[in-house]
Design a protein around this ligand. Structure first.
Ligand code: ADP
Length: 480
């Protein structure tokens, strides 16, 4: 078995703010089938230390970014974890990044510099008897790990940097550099220096042996100014080492036939049983009951997710006979716009503000379609859940959304290969047009059922992508 250390700031179900957590939790299982044994290094947030079982102290630091720390190896929720028990950094309420007041922690650079440093040191043989072949860093929080390894006079381990979202880069002032434990020459274009400061993600992209992102289309998009967020030059220079590997979803947790969060379980052949879930959904969202189309949104409410575009087409959608159920939280002005839409269209539009995992399952199991009008989307998971649950995805043609949904154009409908609706460019007009197309297919019950069932047969698990990651690791280990 090849040993790989995954380094991440989130892991489902212990700490999750988005798709990153789903992916880091799924990878170990997906890779086990391909000869890879993966442990995951995560910060010791309260939820993590509370869940950790059989934790053995494998290393102690007298000083790790402002206080003592212990490294614990154990397991939780079926995952093998290595945990940084450093109360001065991680023992806090709130999200992994911000306090209960919503303010990002001022010492985030230390919190994640610590994560990166420990990841690199574990890769370089910190703990006797533990010698991974690969350190796999996820997103900016782990971005300094490849830099520490690359600037070690004797790198002993290969590194992979995965970008789950290029919008979050971990960019800090130059003054933090001295505390990072990197040699002076690392403060350069070849290292961590980024626009005069320190870029965590930039460092990882510059220094890792391989770069991956979570869909082939996003891998191409981020090499352009439109999607590259300032890093397109670097990514073009490293194009030979950059690839896109699609995310999957956990098809055991997300199985409409066994999902305990549903009112009624169903197999693809009996998808009419979804009606009971739709009824439950109508009640939860205070919607009028009926056979007409009920579309859903499960999302962070941000500009990236195109929620402003959605808010702009609600009136038209309702006028065309649609009902809408929205679950999410995020930017205040978007939350306000959705609340206002719900007030304007009592019984037709429902908005539940917040994060609710069980409800998100019921929505996929009961709504007719899921709307995902993202301006950019590295991979996206909710369209995969939608496919699996017969909740037809209506998506912007960007990133992973472009790679996973087959548009119901005339030919694809005729051939029975369509699985959803795509639209481009990402504008309100084009979203409205896609919704219109969906509504007209919906009127043809047979065609709609065919679309649903075809989607439910889509491959949305980790089989293919697990193998791709394993192949990449093997390539790196055998390369000189
Ligand atoms: P991102 O990581 O950019 O937020 P993804 O589509 O990759 O977007 O992943 C989002 C994940 O978070 C999915 O598992 C989705 O079901 C879940 N999610 C998003 N918002 C909510 C919410 N309000 N309640 C429950 N689950 C949510």
């Amino acid at each position: 078995m090849m040993e790989v250390l995954s380094v991440a700031a989130e892991i489902y179900p212990l700490v999750k703010t988005g798709g990153l957590a789903d992916v880091t939790a799924a990878l170990p299982g997906a890779l086990a089938k391909h000869g890879v044994h993966m442990r995951t290094l995560v910060p010791g947030y309260p939820a993590v230390t509370a869940a950790l079982k059989g934790g053995q102290v494998v290393h102690e630091y007298d000083e790790l970014f402002g206080g003592p720390a212990r490294i614990l190896a154990g397991h939780a929720t079926g995952l093998e974890l290595i945990v940084i028990d450093a109360p001065h950094l991680y023992d806090r309420l709130g999200t992994p990044y911000a306090g209960p007041d919503g303010q990002e922690y001022a010492d985030n650079w230390q919190r994640f510099a610590a994560l990166s440093l420990v990841g690199a040191q574990l890769g370089q043989g910190l703990v006797e008897g533990y010698r991974p072949s690969i350190v796999h860093a996820h997103d900016w929080q782990a971005g300094l790990a490849p830099a520490h390894i690359a600037f070690d006079p004797e790198p002993k381990v290969k590194t992979v940097m995965t970008v789950h979202n290029l919008a979050f880069q971990g960019h800090f002032g130059a003054h933090i550099f001295a505390a990072l434990g990197l040699p002076q020459q690392a403060f350069s274009l070849d290292g961590v220096e980024y626009y005069g400061g320190v870029g965590f993600l930039k460092a990882g992209l510059q220094c890792a042996d391989a770069i991956t992102t979570v869909s082939p289309t996003y891998a191409a998009e981020i090499r352009t100014p439109e999607f590259g967020m300032g890093l397109e030059g670097l990514l073009n220079a490293r194009a030979a080492d950059l690839s896109g590997i699609l995310n999957g979803i956990d098809t055991k947790t997300w199985d409409p036939d066994t999902d305990p969060n549903l009112e009624a379980n169903y197999k693809p052949s009996v998808s009419h049983l979804r009606r009971k879930n739709k009824l439950a959904l109508e009640q939860r969202f205070g919607l009028e009951s009926g056979d007409g189309p009920l579309f859903a949104v499960v999302s962070r409410l941000t500009w990236q997710k195109g929620i402003d575009l959605l808010a702009g087409v609600v009136d038209e959608f309702v006028a065309a006979g649609g009902r809408l159920a929205v679950l999410g939280s995020g930017d205040k002005h978007l939350e306000d716009a959705l609340s206002a839409a719900a007030d304007r269209h009592l019984g037709r539009v429902g908005f539940v503000r917040g994060y609710d995992e069980p409800l998100s399952h019921l929505m996929q199991g009961g709504a007719d379609a899921i709307l995902i009008p993202s301006r950019f989307e590295p991979c996206g998971l909710t369209q995969l859940m939608g496919l699996r649950y017969g909740c037809v995805p209506i998506v912007a043609r960007v990133g992973g959304l472009a790679d996973t949904v087959i548009d119901a154009n005339v030919m694809a409908l005729d051939q029975g290969v369509a699985t959803g609706f795509q639209f481009a460019p990402v504008t309100g007009w084009s979203l409205a047009e896609a919704i219109q197309r969906a509504l007209s297919v919906y009127e043809d019950k047979k065609a709609w059922t065919r679309l649903q069932r075809r989607g439910m047969k889509s491959e949305v698990g980790w089989d293919v992508s697990g193998r791709r990651y394993a192949d990449l690791y093997k390539q790196l280990v055998t390369a000189k």
